[in-house]
Design a protein around this ligand. Sequence first.
Ligand code: C5P
Length: 219
Amino acid sequence: AGADWLKGKKALVTAGGTQEPLDPVRYLGNRSSGRMGYAIAQALQEAGAETILVSAPTDLAVPAGVTCIQVQTALEMYDAVLTRFSEVDVVIKAAAVADYRPAVQAEQKIKKDGTSRTLELIPNPDILAELGRRKTSQVLVGFAAETENLLANAQDKMHRKNVNLLVANDVTKLGAGFGSLTNIVSFLFPDGRKIDFPQMSKHEVAQHLVREVANLLGV
Ligand code: C5P
């Protein structure tokens, strides 16, 4: 019954790169396209889960049957995810969340005056780490996009954030990570298990991920 593995389950996925405003026309952002998270939302929906997508700005169409909540900043994403956490069975955090935001958001467009400027940044809350602290029976999946020491950093993240599955990808590899249509990932589990996948489409990665989530949910 592959098509309805997750019938009766509620899933929440985050996707895209948050934008942290500097003034009314500028923001700090990142290169996330949202493709991985949107593919996961589609795969969850196709597996029968009631699926909520909390999305930072992207150019992508929301997959059919998925409920989308649009956010811009990390703080908005934090609120959207935390308020729904108690009612879902699984959370997959594929979004690239800004670790910092500008300390002040100018009300008017910042004018150039020929001098150099310093931008003060303050830390955003870590949404995944907070979910890891509050987790009761939920399955929690995190992503690690690294440019060096992929495995060590990913393993550290998995334990620090108390996730059930961590998807590690080296974003410096051709055909992996931000913007790409394909990805090269490994799945890491707290019991030490590791599955290395060859390069494949983000839709295929999403299908493997949904299968593992079903396992972790015991269905
Ligand atoms: O520590 P790092 O940001 O690299 O961890 C990546 C994982 O943590 C991703 O799953 C990402 O969505 C999540 N994250 C988060 N809130 C943040 C930063 C990262 O949920 N402020």
